[in-house]
Design a protein around this ligand. Structure first.
Ligand SMILES: Nc1ncnc2c1ncn2[C@@H]1O[C@H](COP(=O)(O)OP(=O)(O)OP(=O)(O)O)[C@@H](O)[C@H]1O
Ligand SMILES: [Mg+2]
Length: 406
């Protein structure tokens, strides 16, 4: 049957999906960078304004030394005394000593040395944030400078909060998006699981009834006197019933928690090859290599057979009628067995290797793109093993590797 999803659920879907992913990433990056640039501009404006305030304040202090009584009162009351809340340290330019501080709270439990230390640290911090504003003292307006003091100041709390704001905001959004992504992907996986398991269970259940009746009919026919000379028919019928039984057992295993048993891998593979050989073109040859023929692995036999059958069939599809399937079994590492299934077909395009296990990915006219999805599911979810494309080269062939515990 032709795949009815063709065009809506094939390769286009996957290229589109990754394009969408890139678009989302780029838009997110633009929003992030944009909000950082915008806040940085705000911070710069505010910083300039704070600097102007300090400048005005320093000028006012400077002015007080030469001002007449009325102006002095006005300046002291309106500019110098009102607290603009910026932490400030004033340093004598000649001695480099701290003369006074404003808006800096020193913990009363500190002793003199500790308090001095505390102020030194505060001063160092101020030096990293802003250049100092000088206050020039003169005896009279326009006369020569008598002494200079430097006003060091910290950025206001508002300014500091504002510069940290986009980073905090973006981190919170990123964490939230990550958690939401995990939750969605978890619930999507759970949903997929329910569909797989439910459908498989139902199929096994539905096949079960006619199957047991078929088995009874075969036995009935076998005993019929008219069939005495036609036992070949019975044998063929029996083979088909057995095939149906195998399918049912695969579906019922995938629809439940399958039990894993220690099986001799080589022997299982031989069984599958013996089963497949008469069913495929005689121009396809099979070779089974085994470094250690009696290696065992923990597996659910009906499901594992299904896996090998799917991979081998894909291998045969990749050849143009003639070719060789080589299966190699060996010890990968302590407690791990590998099974390599190689074909000498047309290979998988480099960019598509990652896609082959995704549901719906197919390059075949009559493919569903479900074979390898099922294979991955059986190996990873039911056997806690691994499966991947070990190598694939155009017109040389493809090797799939399965890892199972032993
Ligand atoms: N051995 C291989 N050599 C080359 N291409 C392969 C091989 N195995 C898989 N592929 C590619 O991966 C795709 C997906 O394989 P998968 O078995 O999941 O689906 P399918 O064979 O197309 O359809 P079906 O659902 O009937 O198995 C194939 O269409 C093919 O393009
Ligand atoms: Mg297939």
């Amino acid at each position: 049957m032709q795949n009815p999803f063709k065009g809506s659920l094939n390769i286009d879907f996957y290229t589109n999906q990754s394009t969408i992913k890139y678009i989302v990433l780029v838009v997110a990056a633009i929003i992030g960078v944009g909000s950082i640039i915008y806040t940085t501009q705000l911070v710069d404006v505010l910083k300039e304004r704070e600097r102007e305030n300090i400048k005005l304040w320093a000028k006012a202090v400077e002015f007080t030394t030469t001002a007449d009584g009325a102006s002095l009162n006005f300046i002291t009351d309106n500019i110098i005394r009102p607290d603009n809340s910026l932490p400030v340290i004033i340093l004598d330019s000649a001695t480099n000593e701290i003369l006074t501080t404003r808006n800096i709270e020193i913990d009363s439990s500190l002793n003199t040395i500790q308090a001095e230390d505390f102020l030194k640290k505060a001063l160092a911090q101020m030096k990293t944030e802003n250049d100092p504003q000088p206050i020039l003292f003169r005896d009279r307006p326009g006369s020569k400078i008598v002494s200079i003091q430097y006003v060091y100041f910290r950025n206001s709390r508002l300014l500091r909060q504002l510069s940290a704001y986009p980073y905090i905001q973006l981190s919170v959004i990123a964490i939230f998006a990550f958690i939401a992504y995990l939750a969605f992907s978890y619930s999507r996986k759970a949903e997929q699981n329910r569909v797989w398991v439910g459908l498989a269970k139902e199929t096994a259940h539905q096949l079960g009834t006619p199957l047991s009746s078929l088995m009874a009919w075969v036995e009935y026919l076998r005993e019929l006197p008219q069939m005495e000379n036609r036992q070949d028919i019975i044998t063929e019928l029996n083979k088909d019933v057995q095939r149906l039984e195998m399918i049912t057992s695969r579906f019922s295993n995938i629809g439940s928690d399958p039990t894993l048993k220690n099986e001799e891998v080589f022997e299982v593979i031989e069984g599958i090859v013996a089963y497949l050989k008469p069913r495929v073109s005689s121009k396809v040859s099979f070779v089974i290599d085994a470094d250690a023929p009696n290696l065992t692995a923990k597996m659910n036999r009906p499901l594992f057979e299904w896996v090998i059958e799917n991979i081998v069939k894909n291998g045969i599809d990749a050849m143009s009628g003639i070719g060789k399937i080589t299966i190699n079994v060996g010890q990968e590492s302590e407690g791990m067995v590998f099974i390599d299934i190689a074909d000498d077909g047309k290979g998988i395009a480099k960019g598509k290797i990652k896609e082959v296990f995704k549901p719906g990915f197919t390059t075949k006219k009559r493919g569903w793109g479900l074979g390898l999805t099922l294979v991955k599911r059986i190996i990873e979810n039911y056997h806690m093993g691994k499966i991947f494309v070990k190598s694939s080269q155009a017109d040389v062939g493809t090797v799939f590797r399965i890892l199972l515990k032993n």
